[in-house]
Design a protein around this ligand. Structure first.
Ligand code: ADP
Ligand code: MG
Ligand code: MG
Length: 869
């Protein structure tokens, strides 16, 4: 067998792509092929790194010889020798994995210098300053990367040195200064490492290669890989690149540049440049770089070449590029190119313009957008340029940022909100009694409660920013003061919350408004043309329904009727109904509620004219509507509250169990639905597409009885066209879906409860507690409440669909859990063959895009892959 080959020159063909050569290596090879000016060099493959790791840190046989061969080739091209004391060629040794892991691994510049060669370099170039600067950088980087010398020691020494010389910048140090600095750096190296800095160029190179391989397993690289789910066994390639020098004087410099503006996507070069500098100086922020445009006048020749090269690269890659370059004596060299990281707005603009420019197809444009980034555009955000201190953090319960005065109760929130003030409602937790305060506030902050707490659910429904479960928050209602992260904030003072990240900031922070624009609409229209899944919204009010339509929802997949029960003026009546001691009393209260529900339904039907509306009958445990025991006004009430108390309400008297025990409740809701549908048809001439949904069914017999109730009640009211179906949100329902399908026109997977009941996790008890531990310690990779547990919960869905279809082939299938707004889960639902997903109105655009990408992926098209892949 032929010995494996581990090294390829940039101008040599290889079969391997990114996996073998790494992203940086492949870019250098492709640029070389394109005739873009790239220094000479070669790539040591990821195979070599994997062999090195497998052998416990031994370079594989033959690698050193191959490297020596390629160094010879490099010497021939450069016309200079590596390690030559009179005229040395220098190299950099650079990491570069198949997936980009910015800043996670190491690079060493100026390898090949020693005490003699530095003199040779100075003579040859006529610049001692430049030669010394290069050498001190080598000792510093090599010491840090290869021998683990504390970076701080070199930096501190350098900054003390500048201070003593009274100069602000590295460039102000003279050749003699730098010679002194070299001596000091060598002494530090000696002290820390226990031997002198290596004078042997080949030893430097060999140890640098090992160090870069080793950096694959550095703690920070491991943490990064875990965060972005990058496999640990990929390994990194190593690129050995002839040095070009940006630190040679005023005709030299180094910079980074984008083919389009990475924050807006506008066409035109965007970047930064530093004169007389090397490598990292631009990003390190040591000196303030100049905008790239300056080069036009200061280095016209190199600038022209840069413009032309970037155009070529973008054409070649058909995507926005982000490059690193160096100018040495007015000559341009490219050192790296890659697909540019960009904001959501920039991604949209660039994709749409590239289609217009004929660079990419619409399908490719759809694949270029990260669905989860779209959320950024729909809510106000903290200005990315703003500087602030985070006082406390809680759960990111509902996205968007808000800024306003602290108010500590719902009445004050309503009062001040109505007076036109921006307020943030700050509570230990919220209850249905607070709803008017939630409506009036710009944002909600609570100390208790999880992602399904009242505050969180209501806020998400309203699209209002919310940070819940903020442990650093406490409230003193007597003194009217909130304490946030140890700081006292009296009512009326301004705070800012970021519901997308859970951050709480004392004082105002600049916000940027939502950025829905033409590009956004264009991409989503293209997405609509290719997707098969329909996208509906979860919406409980006409306002939400209208918002959902604006975002492109094709109906309502879940209209929760309990939210209508929670409105302030109704809660009183709802409580009468619940506390009633007999059916007559209960019916009397229900009679009062009926016209209210009817008018709600009318509003929603009209907002959704022509599109289906799935209405779920009352679902939550009744205690959610009751006042706390202390607030009971009399003994009878106290007794009822006690009687209704449950130790595990999530598994208690709720869902269809309510409807079966107290059929008059569902009857009232059904009458309201029918009357509303009739009224709307009469008014508008078009009958609403009504779907009536029964929650928490586990047994076919439950649904059989409820369907009977439904059919009878609808008929009593004079009848309408409708479908009658059920949620599938209990494992038993999934397993017995064939029996249940006999009584259902549709199934809607309620994956929130299905996840809770399948995993045996109560969401509120899991998130922020043991689930956080599980995620941190890698027991679970994803939060199953955010991304569907495909092999567990997803398998139950598959079973339910299969069994349901044996009885009713054409049964309509949807999902209405929060997973309907998660890109990976949407793709999974596409694969299952569901008819639609339903998610919160603000997630509708994401779901439209994710559904299109799933359809394209099925046809083998390249689609967006989450960061790191
Ligand atoms: P990173 O992946 O952290 O960006 P790089 O390997 O790209 O690390 O290198 C760090 C810096 O050094 C970059 O600014 C790069 O352009 C510069 N650099 C790397 N190799 C050379 C070289 N041969 N000549 C000049 N500059 C180089
Ligand atoms: Mg780089
Ligand atoms: Mg449910």
């Amino acid at each position: 067998m032929k010995a494996p080959r581990y090294v390829y020159d940039f101008d040599e063909p290889s079969d391997g792509g990114r996996e073998l050569l790494g992203g940086k290596g492949l870019g250098l090879v492709e640029m070389t092929q394109l005739g873009v000016p790239v220094p000479a060099g070669f790539t040591i493959t990821t195979d070599a790194c994997r062999a090195y790791m497998a052998a416990g840190g031994e370079l594989p046989d033959g690698l050193e010889e191959e490297v020596a061969e390629h160094i010879k080739r490099l010497e021939r091209k450069a016309g200079k020798r590596f390690g030559d004391p009179s005229d040395p060629v220098l190299v950099s040794v650079r990491s570069g994995a198949a997936v980009s892991m910015p800043g996670m691994m190491d690079t060493i510049l100026n390898l090949g210098l020693n005490d003699d060669a530095v003199r040779g370099l100075a003579e040859r170039t006529g610049s001692a300053r430049f030669a010394h600067d290069s050498y001190r950088r080598l000792i510093q980087m090599y010491g840090e990367v290869v021998d683990g010398v504390d970076a701080h020691r070199f930096e501190q020494t350098l900054s003390d040195f500048k201070q003593r010389r009274g100069v602000p910048n590295d460039v102000d140090l003279s050749a003699d200064d730098l010679a002194d600095l070299i001596e000091t750096f060598k002494r530090i190296y000696d002290e820390e490492v226990g031997r002198a800095f290596s004078q042997d160029a080949r030893e430097q190179l060999s140890r640098a290669i090992r160090a870069v391989f080793d950096s694959w397993n550095s703690p920070r690289a491991q943490v990064y890989r875990r965060t972005y789910e990058i496999p640990d066994d990929l390994g990194t390639a190593v690129n050995v690149v002839q040095m070009v020098f940006g630190n040679k004087g005023d005709d030299s410099g180094t910079g980074v540049c984008f083919t389009r503006d990475p924050s807006t996507g506008e066409q035109g070069l965007y970047g930064e440049f530093l004169v007389n500098a090397q490598g990292e100086d631009v990003v390190a922020g040591i000196r303030t770089p100049e905008p790239i445009e300056r080069m036009r006048t200061s280095m016209p020749q190199a600038f022209e070449q840069l413009v032309e090269t970037m155009e070529r690269l973008e054409k070649h890659y058909r995507d926005m590029q982000d490059i690193e370059f160096t100018v040495e004596d007015s000559r341009l060299y490219l050192l790296q190119t890659r697909a540019a990281k960009r904001t959501a707005a920039a991604a949209l603009k660039a994709a749409v313009s590239m289609v217009e420019e004929g660079l990419i197809s619409k399908e490719e444009a759809i694949g270029r957008i990260d669905p989860s980034q779209l959320d950024q555009l729909l809510h106000p955000m903290l200005d990315p340029k703003a500087v602030f201190e985070v006082a406390a953090t809680g759960l990111n319960a509902s996205p968007g940022a808000a800024c306003g005065k602290v108010v500590l109760d719902a009445d004050t929130a309503e009062e001040r909100g109505k007076a036109g003030e921006d307020v943030i409602l700050v509570r230990w937790e919220t209850t249905p009694d607070d709803i008017h305060g939630l409506i009036s506030a710009k944002g909600i902050l609570t100390a208790h409660g999880g992602m399904t707490s009242h505050a969180a659910v209501v806020a998400r429904g309203m699209g209002r920013p919310c940070v819940a479960g903020c442990e650093g928050l406490s409230i003193d209602l007597e003194r009217r003061v909130a304490t946030i992260g140890g700081h006292e904030v009296p009512e009326g003072e301004v705070i800012t919350i970021d519901g997308g990240t859970g951050r709480v900031i004392i004082g105002p922070v600049e916000l940027v408004p939502p950025q829905i624009n033409e590009d956004f609409q264009t991409i989503l229209e293209w997405a609509d043309d290719v997707r098969r899944l329909k996208v509906r919204a979860n919406a409980d009010t006409p306002a939400d329904a209208a918002k959902a339509r604006e975002f492109g929802a094709q109906g309502i997949g879940l209209c929760r009727t309990e939210h209508m029960f929670m409105a302030e003026e109704r809660l009183e009546i709802v409580r009468e109904m619940i506390l009633a001691s007999d059916e007559d009393e209960r019916r009397a209260a229900l009679d009062k509620l009926l016209p209210m529900q009817q008018s709600d339904f009318e509003g929603i039907f009209e907002a959704m004219a022509g599109l289906p509306v799935t209405i779920r009958l009352l679902d939550p445990p009744l205690h959610e509507f009751l006042p706390p025991l202390e607030q009971a006004t009399d003994d009878r009430m106290r007794q009822r509250i006690k009687a209704l108390a449950e130790s595990n309400p999530m598994l208690g008297t709720r869902g269809c169990r309510l409807g079966l025990q107290w059929p008059e409740i569902y009857e009232m809701q059904l009458r309201a639905i029918v009357r509303a549908a009739q009224a709307v048809e009469e008014r508008t001439g078009a009958a609403p597409l009504v779907e009536i949904m029964h929650p928490l069914v586990g047994f076919a017999e439950e649904l059989r009885r409820l369907r009977e109730l439904t059919v009878r009640t609808v008929a009593e009211e004079g009848g309408i066209e409708y479908l009658c179906g059920t949620m599938i949100e209990l494992p038993r329902a999934a397993i017995r879906a064939d029996e249940i399908a006999e009584h259902a026109d549709f199934f809607s997977f309620g994956t929130n409860d299905l996840t809770q009941t399948t995993l045996g996790f109560s969401r509120d008890d899991a998130e922020g507690k043991f689930l956080t531990f599980y995620l941190e310690h890698g027991v679970l990779e994803r939060n199953p409440f955010e991304t569907l547990d495909q092999s567990g919960v997803g398998e139950l869905m598959r079973i339910a669909i299969e069994r349901g279809r044996t009885v009713k082939e054409e049964i309509k299938l949807g999902i209405c859990g929060e997973h309907g707004g998660d890109a990976a889960s949407v793709a999974f639902c596409h694969g299952l063959g569901l008819d639609y997903v339903s998610c919160s109105p603000y997630r509708v655009p994401l779901a439209r895009l994710a559904a299109a990408q799933a359809a394209l992926a099925e046809e083998g098209a390249a689609t967006y892959v989450a960061a790191g892949r």
